[in-house]
Design a protein around this ligand. Structure first.
Ligand code: ZN
Length: 176
């Protein structure tokens, strides 16, 4: 995985670009939850589920179908999220799907089961510039810290630059 601190970069950047009217605070929180939820599969290690199993790490929770199901659940609660169904669906779907796509850009572990349940094949992108995050106690080691720093430049910086560009164009578009 990219670290749990970096996956929210996508929903945060989108919210910044689209503004609070389109993405109200409760919807932003739903997007952040969707972006980190796939790594709940790490609990599988405690249950001794093998990494390479479809129910292991980067298995079914890292699929398009999982992102769709989570987005549909949020869409069902759209009134509490203070946004239209279509907005809730697309925002939480993109936030959820960004997780396996970012993981597929990391340079370690197994790939993501993006096409589950139709295929259990694990996928990586041809280029993997993001160093993989150490799992468990090693996450708090020096390795974990240097991964976090590199994610700041490889994930947060580009996301915030795009989000900021969206924010600026929205702000200037309003002016007569
Ligand atoms: Zn992951």
């Amino acid at each position: 995985m990219a670290t749990v601190f970096s996956h929210p970069a996508v929903p945060v950047a989108l919210a910044l670009a689209l503004g609070q009217k389109t993405i109200p605070r409760p919807l932003l929180i739903a997007g952040i939850i969707s972006s980190v939820l796939p790594d709940a599969d790490c609990f599988g290690f405690i249950l001794r589920i093998k990494y390479e199993s479809q129910f292991g790490h980067r298995g079914f929770t890292h699929s398009i179908v999982f992102a769709l199901l989570v987005a549909l659940l949020w869409t069902w609660r759209n009134k509490e999220l203070l946004a239209a169904r279509k907005t809730v669906f697309f925002y939480t779907f993109i936030a959820g799907l960004s997780h396996p796509l970012l993981d597929a850009l990391t340079n370690g572990g197994l790939g993501v089961a993006l096409l589950w349940p139709f295929s259990t094949e694990r996928f990586f992108f041809p280029v993997q510039p993001i160093p993989v995050s150490p799992i468990g106690k090693r996450f708090f080691s020096e390795d974990g810290f240097s991964v976090f720093i590199s994610e700041l430049s490889l994930i947060w910086l580009p996301c915030l630059a795009l989000g900021g560009a969206g924010f600026l164009s929205r702000t200037f578009a309003k002016k007569p």
